[in-house]
Design a protein. Structure first.
Length: 246
């Protein structure tokens, strides 16, 4: 009976906050969609999850970006706002390659992982069609908040992900990542402090962080609402433009 009490309490904790325990650090594959294009007014999936999407756009005439991380990283509303904002800032058509997977740890995005390799394949396919990538966005961390070890691993692994992405792309693309949203949980608050510290360390390397404390999140899964996603996309775009503007 004594053994069951801590287990029951842990189950009740996750049930109460509306979150699931962190996923295993095993081998994962990217979720669809593959590609978001600005020509689609609802910014939904332009091309199915395959390696043949060059017909959907003329890459050489567009600015390309890649979004990486959990579902919120490439949410349709965030991507729509990002594309519209970047097109307004630059007067250039903009498209986004999506590299997303629900419920991931930072270790799942390290260069030896399947997720990272599949993302690079998508990037290379677009480059081969004539596109040029201007930057990247990253939104991941919720699953790393559940223990001290996972939180510390985020601080070690995120800079490796940034460096590896740039190495594979042969270009030091600017990168903007999102800090976790406001959540009354100790692990979240501790990881947010870690993320802010990492952002300060990488500031001179064209890495920026947007804060999301002021945005509404859904009670059932602690993810940003659709309205919040629109603002996240706009903030991602603004930070990118501030880095590239004279």
């Amino acid at each position: 009976m004594k053994t069951l009490v801590p287990v029951l309490m842990l189950f009740m904790l996750f049930a109460t906050v509306g979150c699931e325990p962190p996923p295993p650090a095993g081998d994962l594959s990217l979720d669809p969609p593959y590609f978001y294009c600005g020509d689609d007014t609802v910014c939904s999936q332009c091309v199915s999850d395959n390696n043949n999407h060059s017909a959907a756009l003329e890459p050489s005439s567009r600015n390309l970006y890649v979004c990486i991380g959990q579902s919120s990283a490439c949410h349709p509303c965030a991507t729509k706002a990002f594309i519209e904002s970047m097109e307004e800032y630059t007067s250039m058509p903009t498209d986004v390659v999506a590299c997303r997977r629900v419920a991931t740890l930072s270790v799942n995005w390290l260069p030896e992982s399947t997720l990272f390799q599949q993302c690079i394949e998508r990037i290379n396919t677009t480059v081969e069609a004539g596109g040029t990538f201007q930057g990247a966005t990253y939104f991941q961390g919720q699953s790393n908040s559940y223990s001290l070890e996972l939180r510390e691993s985020w601080a070690q692994e995120f800079p490796v992900i940034v460096e590896s992405l740039r190495s594979e792309m042969n270009h030091p693309v600017p990168l903007v990542f999102a800090q976790l949203a406001l959540k009354d949980m100790y692990g979240w608050e501790q990881l947010k402090l870690i993320q802010a510290d990492v952002a300060e360390q990488l500031y001179d390397q064209e890495v920026r962080m947007i804060t999301t404390d002021h945005l509404a999140i859904k009670a059932e899964d602690a993810h940003p609402t659709s309205e919040s996603q629109l603002e996240i996309g706009a903030m991602f775009a603004e930070e990118h433009y501030l880095m590239i503007s004279p």
